[in-house]
Design a protein around this ligand. Structure first.
Ligand SMILES: Nc1ncnc2c1ncn2[C@@H]1O[C@H](COP(=O)(O)OP(=O)(O)O)[C@@H](O)[C@H]1O
Ligand SMILES: [Mg+2]
Length: 146
């Protein structure tokens, strides 16, 4: 079952988190893993609300291996994904600049796409009882030199 939650304003974060809790209620996730999933959803929603200059959606779906969260917006996009992934802080951000690097560490699959024409898509998966070596990271977007 896949759920689509519109992210237009801050209370929508609560809606997304509530959907995730319901989806995880009969899952083998530990309390820590559930918290990691909730923090991830919250960080991805906050990025849409505070950075995209637009609105977006979060999709939450149970997959065979666990849970998949997709956050999509058609906003301004990320100027340099490389910097973000390497934890180099955007000087204009009021945040700690560690949201996406944290998400990347907490999840088993982390894919981010922010093409030249704008918009941002982040797909993450958290697996049940993962094996550390199966971790996958992919990113596609503008380079800092461009
Ligand atoms: N959906 C998005 N749209 C546009 N820019 C984004 C988006 N998500 C992240 N960013 C950019 O990436 C930077 C790093 O994001 P993040 O790691 O969550 O840290 P923080 O939100 O604390 O700045 C942000 O400061 C912002 O410039
Ligand atoms: Mg953030």
């Amino acid at each position: 079952m896949s759920h689509r939650i519109s992210i237009n304003r801050e209370p929508d974060i609560i809606s997304a988190v509530t959907v995730a809790y319901t989806e995880m209620s009969n899952s083998p996730y530990s309390i820590l893993e559930k918290q990691q999933i909730i923090v991830t959803i919250s960080e991805l929603c906050k990025n849409i609300l505070f950075h995209s200059n637009s609105t977006g959606y979060v999709f939450i779906e149970r997959i065979q291996k666990g849970i998949r969260i997709t956050a999509i917006d058609d906003g301004v996009g990320i100027a340099s994904i490389e910097d973000v992934i390497n934890g180099i802080k955007n000087p204009h951000s009021k945040g700690l600049g560690l949201g996406l690097t944290g998400v990347k560490q907490m999840m088993d699959v982390f894919m981010i796409e922010s093409p030249e024409q704008g918009g941002t898509k982040v797909i993450v998966e958290k697996w049940y009882g993962r094996i550390p070596s199966t971790k996958l990271t992919l990113f596609e977007g503008r380079k800092s030199t461009e």
